[in-house]
Each structure stands twice: as C-alpha cells, then as structure tokens.
Design a protein around this ligand. Sequence first.
Ligand code: F6R
Length: 266
Amino acid sequence: MEVIILPTREKANLLAAKLIAKELRAKPHLVLGLATGRTMERLYHLLGDLYRENTLDFSLCRTFNLDEYIGLPPANPYSYRHYMNEHLFHRVNIDLRNTHLPDGMAADLEAACRHYEAMIAECGGIDLQLLGIGADGHIGFNEPLSALRSRTRPKALTPGTIQQNAPLCGGEANMPKRAITMGVGTILEAKHCLMLVTGGSKAKVLAQAVEGPITSMVTASALQLHPHCRVIVDAKAGAELQGKDYYNWIFRNEPEWAEYQELWEE
Ligand code: F6R
C-alpha cells in the first residue's frame, strides 16, 4: 500500500484524476471500477474537464460500479445510476452500453449478483478500482463483519451508513436500507486499487484502515492485502496517520512520483 498525502482536497482530487487519466491513456479499453458518494464528485468533474480539453478519451472504456441501492430504478434521482450519469457518464464520451451497475431492481437479486461477477470476469477483470471509505470503514457497502472474501451480494446497510447517506437521498424516509455491493473479495481481485479520502471526519477511520489490524470490522483494512493499492488523501484526512513522515518522504523521493511534485506545494 502507498499513502500519498496532499495539502488540500483539490490537490488530492487532481492527483487521483491524473493517475486515472494515465491508466486510461495507456490502455484505452481500461476496465474501470467506480464508486459514488460525495468524495468522488469533484474527481468526476475533473475527469470531465480532461475530456473537454481533448486530452482524455473514454470511448472504449468499460466501467463497473461498486454498488447500487435495492429498489431504486435507474431513473430515480437517488439511484447510483443517476448519480453516475450526472457526475461522470454524461460529461464524457463513454458509451453508456459499456457502463454497468448492479441491478437493484432484479426479481432474483442473487442471480443478478452472479451475473454481475460473470460480466466483470468476461471483461478480463477490473484494471483499476476506485474506492472511497465510509465512516464505519466500509468499501463499497461492505459493512462491518463483511467477510473479507465476500463476493457481490445484497447487503443490509448499517444505521450509521443510512444516516451518512440520507442527505444524498433527500432524507431517511427515501433512503433504501439495502444495496447490492461488490464483495471485499471482488474488490481485492482488481489489478490496481485507488482509494481517495478527504476531510477530517475520515481521519480516524482512515488511520484504522491503513495502519490498524486487518479486520472485517473495518473492511477497508483488507486493502493492506492488495499488492497494488494507492491511498490518496488530503492533509485533514491524513491527520491521524502515524507514518506520515515516511509516506511524505516516499512521495518526495521515489522516481514514480517525480512528475507529480508540483502538487506538493501548498
Ligand atoms: C459508494 C461507495 C461507498 C462510499 C463511502 C464514502 O459507491 O462505494 O463506499 O465511497 O460511503 O462516501 P462519501 O464519499 O459520501 O463520504
């Protein structure tokens, strides 16, 4: 795992956008795993800017989202399909037929989950999986005690997650209580993982995930097992990391980060 701490939220977003753009330019058929939530909004808008500046082409890119609420049709403004269309897909030249989210409206949810895993496998697996972290340490909707080898499945959300996401759904009354999510095992199979974490409210759980024990109580901690996982954070989210000085030293000195040094300056 590599942790890169940048001074501001904007710079953390810029680095994440640059890393995604680099992978997409290197492999136009990239299979991109996507996340939703507040953290990702600015990042998706930055990717939209790169497309408008003619420096990024999504025409061959294929995407799989981590999760979707159960019971919200795609046209529902609180569905993750709607979120993705609004924040990314309608801003770039992606072919919507190449964009996939779990089918939270399926009559047979288990079959829909198996189908989702099969589609990912048919595409050759996810090249780059983008992740945020929930207040309880979840990735996707893998709430505490999710098996670290879990696969795509329906999952009950915790009261804390319902509270966390209710404002995005126009209040708790509209907020679904269940979702389909890729499993932790599914996520760990991505070739590369990129977790973006910003804001002081995530500082404690981020430190648990990155420097604490691997535990199903904080499913993001399973990323410690991943051979190629980058965690990009702003200074506020990184405030409780014990190894800050070492992570900063790596970013300042390792050749792979040389081209991004301008982001370091405040
Ligand atoms: C959503 C997802 C979640 C979010 C997490 C953080 O697709 O995968 O794990 O990344 O709940 O959400 P925000 O960014 O709203 O704090």
